[in-house]
Write a protein that binds this ligand. Structure first.
Ligand code: RNT
Ligand code: ZN
Length: 412
C-alpha cells in the first residue's frame, strides 16, 4: 500500500482528515520576501550599503543585481513550491530606468514590471516602504526624528508607498499589505524617549489619513537593533497601542522580542483587538539575525496555533529572513517549504481530542498524546501534497538549484 494511504488511515483513526488538511494547505497564502535574493540591497545603487541596524552577513556568489535577475531567481525558487504564494516587495526594488527617483517621488509606474510579472505568475503583491539605507536615515531616525524636514520626507515616502500598494491591490485583485518598519532608536540612554514616540504617532496619523480600498496598513515593532540598543521608538507597546487605537494591522516578527518570548503566545492575546496580524516568520539566533527558517519548535508552535483556531483570515503569513552565506534560492526554498511543512503538521493535529483532554484536567494524557503525535506519518502527507502540486517531494529540488547555480548564478 502507498505510504500516503497508510498515513491517511492512521490519521483517520484520530479523527483527522488528511484530504482536508492537504486542501487547506494549498489555499493558505505565504507572502515571500523578495529581499532574500539580494541581501536587502535593492536597485537604487549597485552594492548599496544596508543600514538601519539590520545585517545580511556572508558573500555567497551569484546574488541578483537587477530586477530581471531577481525575478528569474524568484521564479526558480517558486517552481519548487506548491500552494499559494504572494511576493513582498520593498520600495528599494523600484525600477527607474537608470534615472534617480527620490523615495518620496516613487510612483506605481516604477513597479509596473513587477506588477506585470505578478499577474503572469498569478501571485499577489505586498509592499514595504524602505526607511533605511538612505542619507535621510543616517541620523538613526526617520518618522520620529526631531527634524521636521526628515519626518516630512519619510511621511511623503510612506504616503507614496501606500498609493503604490493600493494600485497593486487594485490591479491584481484583492488587497496589498503595506508594512511599515522603521529603524529609529538610541544607541545610548536617552533623556527624552517620549517626544520621538509622539512624533512617530503623529507621522503615522498623517500617513494613514487617506482611506485606501485595496491596501491594508500594518506596523512592525522591534525590541532593539544594532546601534539602537538603548531605546527603540517603535517598540511593541507603542505599536500595540497604535494598532488597537487606529485599527490597523500589527506585524509580529519572530526576531523582534526578547528571546524567551514567543510570537505563538502573542496571537491570541491581540487578535481580537486589531483588524489583523502580519507575521514575519524568521529565525533569530541570539539576536534578530534573520537566519533561514527551519522546522523548529517555535515555527511549529506558531503554525499549529493558527491551525488550532483557524486564524487564516486574520493572520497573514509573511517571511522575513536573509542569509547571504548560502545559495539564496535554496535559502528561500528551505524557508518556504519549512513554513508549509509546519502548517501541514498543524492542520493534521487532532485538536478537538487534545482540547477535551485539557478541559477534563487530564494533563498526563495531553502531554503523552502531544509527544506521540510527533511520530505520526505527516511526511507521507507532505509528499502527497507535493505530488499533487507537481513539485518535488524530497530533496530533489536541490540538484536543480545546483544546476541553476552553475548555469546562471556563477556567471553573474
Ligand atoms: C527589521 C524588520 C524588517 C526588515 C525588512 C527588510 O528588523 O524585521 O521587517 O527585516 O523590512
Ligand atoms: Zn520583519
Amino acid at each position: 500500500m502507498r505510504m500516503y494511504e497508510l498515513a491517511k488511515e492512521k490519521y483517520a483513526a484520530l479523527g483527522v482528515d488528511t484530504e482536508k488538511a492537504i486542501a487547506k494547505l494549498s489555499q493558505i497564502p505565504i507572502s515571500v520576501h523578495c529581499w532574500q535574493g539580494d541581501d536587502v540591497g535593492g536597485f537604487e545603487a549597485p552594492d548599496a550599503a544596508l543600514s538601519g541596524g539590520i545585517a545580511a552577513t556572508g558573500n555567497y556568489p551569484g546574488k541578483a543585481a537587477t530586477a530581471g535577475q531577481l525575478r528569474a531567481d524568484i521564479e526558480k525558487a517558486f517552481s519548487f513550491i506548491g500552494g499559494k504564494l504572494r511576493l513582498s516587495l520593498h520600495a528599494i526594488y523600484a525600477e527607474t530606468d537608470g534615472r534617480k527617483v527620490e523615495r518620496n517621488n516613487l510612483q506605481p509606474a516604477h513597479f509596473a514590471a513587477w506588477i506585470e510579472w505578478a499577474k503572469a505568475q498569478s501571485v499577489a503583491l505586498d509592499f514595504n516602504p524602505t526607511l533605511f539605507s538612505h542619507p535621510m536615515a543616517a541620523s538613526g531616525f526617520t518618522l520620529s526624528s526631531i527634524d521636521k524636514g526628515v519626518r516630512d520626507f519619510w511621511i511623503e515616502h510612506c504616503i507614496a508607498c501606500r498609493e503604490i500598494a493600493d494600485y497593486m491591490g487594485r490591479t491584481l485583485g484583492g488587497k496589498t499589505i503595506t508594512n511599515i518598519w522603521i529603524p529609529d532608536g538610541f544607541k545610548d540612554i536617552p533623556v527624552d524617549r517620549y517626544t520621538p514616540r509622539k512624533n512617530l504617532a503623529d507621522a503615522l496619523d498623517k500617513i494613514l489619513a487617506k482611506p485606501t480600498e485595496h491596501n491594508l496598513d500594518s506596523v512592525e515593532s522591534k525590541v532593539f537593533g544594532i546601534g539602537a540598543e538603548s531605546a527603540t521608538i517603535g517598540s511593541h507597546e507603542f505599536y500595540m497601542g497604535y494598532a488597537v487605537s487606529r485599527q490597523v494591522l500589527l506585524t509580529l516578527d519572530m526576531g523582534h522580542f526578547h528571546p524567551t518570548e514567543a510570537v505563538s503566545d502573542k496571537i491570541s492575546g491581540v487578535i481580537d483587538y486589531v483588524p489583523g496580524i502580519l507575521l514575519h516568520v524568521s529565525r533569530p539566533v541570539r539576536w534578530d539575525s534573520d537566519h533561514v527558517v527551519i522546522l523548529d519548535d517555535e515555527l511549529q508552535t506558531l503554525m499549529t496555533e493558527l491551525a488550532r483556531h483557524d486564524l487564516f483570515d486574520k493572520v497573514h503569513i509573511g517571511l522575513d529572513f536573509f542569509d547571504a552565506s548560502i545559495n539564496r534560492i535554496a535559502a528561500w526554498v528551505i524557508g518556504i517549504r519549512n513554513s508549509q511543512k509546519a502548517l501541514l503538521k498543524g492542520l493534521l493535529e487532532p485538536t478537538g481530542m487534545l482540547a477535551s483532554l485539557e478541559a477534563s484536567g487530564d494533563y498526563t494524557s495531553r502531554l503523552a498524546m502531544l509527544e506521540e503525535l510527533k511520530a505520526m506519518p505527516w511526511c507521507a502527507v507532505w509528499d502527497e501534497f507535493c505530488a499533487r502540486e507537481g513539485v518535488a517531494a524530497g530533496y530533489d529540488w536541490l540538484s536543480d538549484v545546483k544546476q541553476y547555480e552553475s548555469d546562471v548564478l556563477s556567471k553573474r
